[in-house]
Design a binder for this molecule. Structure first.
Ligand code: NAP
Length: 298
């Protein structure tokens, strides 16, 4: 399905910058495999042009878009409706645009990060539930989606460690309502000692800070300190895919899950929203993961 013609349907990625994003390669591979005459294009949009860009998508007949840094929060006032988790998370990563026959359009905001994280965690071999003791590193948008997802999966014991303690406290305060009275949701300042102590009492460690990204490939886990072998370690960072933290996890015999799987799973959930049908997730996830790896090597 190489031809672009009058029937081609469009999807895009609103962000700044977007030129290094893996999403176009990943989504176009999936759309081609599904035999759909749809295309997914990167759309670099400066913050002060966001409103014009979103209105433009609707006017141009786009079926939907992903939204990434720095627009995930700023896009909310521009939407006609939002999913319940968008309200709880304060951010949308997916727009679904419905065109009416009269020529108007409505834009719905969704967030597939929380369910994408959960799907990747389960596919990676860890099923979260009421007996899970989780430690989450970070208190930004990604950590919020992780904590919300874990609460939705029934987790009742989550410790959030963050460099800026006030940000962890704000996350906990904001998600307290979603946690319910039975849950123990705690915020603590991040230090190597606090991390090791919390991890010893946990069975799941989720790394949702920017630590370990391309430049330094450093780790918040202290070098030379073995990790508990019963731990599942999920690092949301996917540049590089094999972060230092995941290497440390593997060396200690712990389960290691990389962030590319979350990118893929949140992408499949977005595709399902745009297409309006449930897809063969297992098959697609392998194909989309391979497309990401290939795009990275090119
Ligand atoms: P964000 O909102 O900017 O939050 C950044 C977080 O990292 C904050 O908690 C910040 O702590 C912490 N941090 C930054 N530098 C640090 C350092 N030197 N030491 C310790 N903590 C540090 O970013 P985000 O959107 O949440 O994204 C976080 C990471 O998740 C990024 O690497 C992103 O690529 C990844 N991500 C992956 C997926 C996926 O699909 N795999 C999806 C979303 C995000 P302070 O509060 O102290 O500033």
């Amino acid at each position: 399905m190489n031809r672009i013609d009058g029937h081609t349907q469009l999807l895009g990625l609103l962000g700044w910058p977007v030129e290094h994003s893996l999403s176009p390669a990943m989504h176009n591979a999936a759309l081609a495999a599904l035999g759909l005459n749809w295309r997914y294009v990167p759309l670099p949009v400066l913050p002060d042009r966001l409103e014009a860009a979103v209105r433009g998508l609707a006017a141009l007949g786009f079926r939907g878009a992903n939204v990434t840094v720095p627009h995930k929060q700023a896009v909310l006032p521009l939407l006609d409706s939002v999913a319940p988790n968008v309200r709880a998370l304060g951010a949308a990563n997916t727009l679904v645009i419905k065109q009416s026959e009269e020529g108007s359009a409505s834009i719905h905001g969704a967030n597939t990060d929380d369910q994408g994280f959960l799907a990747a965690l389960r596919a990676g071999g860890f099923t979260p539930g009421a007996t899970t003791h989780a430690v989450v590193l970070g208190a930004g948008g990604a950590a919020r989606a992780v904590v919300y997802g874990l609460l939705q999966a029934g987790c009742r014991d989550i410790v959030v460690l963050n460099r800026t303690a006030a940000h962890a406290q704000a996350l906990v305060a904001d998600l307290r309502a979603a946690a319910g009275p039975a849950a123990r949701l705690q915020a603590r300042p991040l230090s190597a000692a606090a991390l090791v102590e919390a991890a010893r009492a946990a069975d799941l460690l989720v790394q949702a800070t920017t630590t370990g990204m391309r430049a330094g490939n450093d780790s918040l886990w202290p070098e030379g300190e073995p990790m508990p072998a019963n731990l599942a370690v999920f690092d949301l960072v996917y540049t590089p895919v094999r972060t230092r933290l995941l290497q440390q996890a593997r060396q200690s015999g712990a389960l290691a899950i990389d962030g590319l799987w979350m990118l893929v799973q949140q992408g499949i959930l977005a595709l399902e929203l745009w297409i309006g049908a449930r897809l063969q997730r297992e098959e697609l996830s392998q194909l989309m993961h391979a497309a990401c790896q290939q795009a990275r090597e090119e």
